[in-house]
Design a binder for this molecule. Sequence first.
Ligand SMILES: NC(=O)c1ccc[n+]([C@@H]2O[C@H](COP(=O)([O-])OP(=O)(O)OC[C@H]3O[C@@H](n4cnc5c(N)ncnc54)[C@H](OP(=O)(O)O)[C@@H]3O)[C@@H](O)[C@H]2O)c1
Length: 297
Amino acid sequence: MEETKTVLIAGGSGLIGKQLTKVFKERGYLVYKLSRNAHAADHIQWDPKTKQVDEKYLSRIHVLINLAGANIGDKNWTASRKRELIDSRVQSTEFLSELATKMPNLAYYVGASGVNCYDLTQDKVFHESDEYGTDFLSTLVRDWENASDHFDGICPYMKLRIAMVLSNRGGSMTAMKRPVFFGLGSPLGSGNQYHPWIHIEDLCRMIVFGIDHQLEGTYNAVADCDTNRTMMKGIAKYMQRPFFLPPVPSGILKFILGERSMLVLSNLRVSNDKIKNAGFDFKFDKLNKALKDLFSK
Ligand SMILES: NC(=O)c1ccc[n+]([C@@H]2O[C@H](COP(=O)([O-])OP(=O)(O)OC[C@H]3O[C@@H](n4cnc5c(N)ncnc54)[C@H](OP(=O)(O)O)[C@@H]3O)[C@@H](O)[C@H]2O)c1
């Protein structure tokens, strides 16, 4: 009888990890999650800061997925928060690569990263081969991806530059829905800035696709890019709320959010040609399709 495949998801208690757990269970995998606050039967306690983990599970792992990292959007980017955003990703990834050497059955690694890594001074559609930018998030992603490269020689691995994940269970959509719910939906900044996005179901499908096809290298996990105005208006339409207020000026957003305002104000267009050329088909390739699905659930 074939051995049950086991996947270990670091940061598996979060938005993407929860959905991914369901997907892997449906595929017959045994799923464990590394958590700093293990409170469920499938959680394994770890602390990437002090490099502590229960090592007895390591020999069972076939696939390792790394989604760990302090939330980028939920707190101001003070110097200490920036340190935490970096350390929680780079240290976790480095620690996992050390643990991977103690996983004799490890066949594949998936490292999350982000699309906010390109040089925003250039007005173009970015591809995986383009240079990193020099802003805070770009250098964070660079260091994070360099840490993933410690898996070189250990097992095949893929680095996924994830776009804004559309889900009805949290993340950016929840933040965008809040003002719309109160009838205060409006574009942010000019509203003309593009945001790359991906439906959470497609992101999970892409991770499975990478494992099944043993993809290697860096891939943009982006279904499409739409303007902030289009996204806010689309959400208002599906929430059956008005959308007539003038845009929230960039200056106000910069004052409130500080440097973090780049998450909503930066104009970023990113290509998905590479993953499509590898044979991946998006189920939700247009915003309207993605929103229709999410609001129907
Ligand atoms: N969601 C998106 O739109 C999006 C877009 C681009 C990239 N990403 C990246 O994809 C990954 C997963 O995203 P997500 O939305 O699922 O994130 P999430 O919901 O914030 O979950 C991330 C998980 O990381 C762990 N974590 C938090 N702070 C940590 C710290 N200081 N040190 C170590 N682990 C920590 C937490 O697990 P425990 O508390 O159980 O330890 C948490 O459940 C993240 O690295 C994120 O940056 C997400």
